[in-house]
Write a protein that binds this ligand. Structure first.
Ligand code: SF4
Ligand code: SF4
Ligand code: F3S
Length: 264
């Protein structure tokens, strides 16, 4: 049998809500077991049993020992104002820059690390930036979503661990396999859209019948994500399935574009 070497993963948080990791952990299924065969999560503020200096020195040891071989996951935007984010007395910004140079690949999990997300929304008091703005010389795979779909994060990580290379990306740096279609193209409410049948409010009869949510501000037509094909929690649920319009959470600057404003 082929001997598998598990790829070490360091998961560093910037300014985030930990929602991305929450989503990741809820991808509980056979893929998660498969994932644990292929990766070894060596550092996570949320999951590591070690804490403080013990955890910090382990992170440093892994990045030295596996120089060029480990995967770095970034969740959250990175504030340029260091006073907003230090761990163990050190600037997380500097830590991420140093660690990213040594990584085999950097994965931006979530819209905060991919685009700046909520922390970078106007007026951006912490001067937060995306991981690509922070380390423009390092190739980064963007896995946007607020949060991203568990299968999309796990699938991207598995591809790296199994094939040893990053998956095919689109022109924005996202894995093509998961971001090639808009939410709208494959939406289960699209037959209603095609017939011009729209809900007028969230609690009208039409909404209950599954009519299209376009008139309620749905951003599915301009949003690239796999919500309507993969969905969440192994049950293929999505915001639209739950009855709410897409707010475009995987797109750049979605907060500043007014995610909750309704078309009139
Ligand atoms: Fe939280 Fe969304 Fe940012 Fe992930 S992308 S850390 S879920 S705000
Ligand atoms: Fe498109 Fe949104 Fe209507 Fe679905 S609910 S068909 S994504 S406009
Ligand atoms: Fe986000 Fe829209 Fe999917 S809000 S979760 S991209 S349906």
């Amino acid at each position: 049998a082929m001997k598998k070497t598990r790829t070490p993963v360091l998961w560093i948080n910037g300014l985030d809500c930990t929602g991305c990791m929450e989503s990741f952990l809820r991808g509980i299924s056979s893929t998660t077991e498969l994932l644990l065969d292929w990766i070894s999560l060596e550092y996570s503020e949320l999951l590591s049993s070690a804490s403080g200096h013990q955890a910090e020195s382990h992170k440093g040891r892994i990045s030295e020992e596996y120089d060029g071989k480990f995967v770095l996951v970034i969740e959250g935007a990175i504030p340029l104002k260091d006073e907003y984010l230090t761990v163990a007395g050190k600037s997380v910004r500097e830590e991420i820059i140093a660690t990213a140079q040594k990584a085999k690949a950097v994965l931006a999990f979530g819209s905060c690390s991919a685009w700046g997300g909520l922390p970078a929304a106007k007026p951006n008091p912490t001067e937060s930036v995306s991981i690509r703005e922070l380390v423009p010389n390092v190739p980064v795979v963007l896995v946007p979503g607020c949060p991203p779909i568990a299968d999309v994060m796990i699938g991207t990580l598995l591809h790296l661990a199994i094939y040893g290379e990053i998956p095919e990306l689109d022109n924005k740096g996202r894995p093509k396999r998961f971001y090639r279609q808009t939410v709208h193209q494959v939406c289960h409410r699209k037959p209603f859209f095609d017939k011009g049948l729209f809900a007028e409010s969230y609690d009208d009869e039409k909404a209950l019948k599954g009519y299209c949510l376009f008139k309620l501000g749905c951003k599915g037509p301009s949003t690239f994500n796999a919500c309507e094909t993969l969905g969440w929690n192994g049950m293929r649920t999505s915001p639209i399935g739950a009855g709410f319009a897409c707010i475009g959470c995987s797109e750049k600057n979605f907060w500043d574009k007014g995610p909750l404003c309704h078309r009139k």
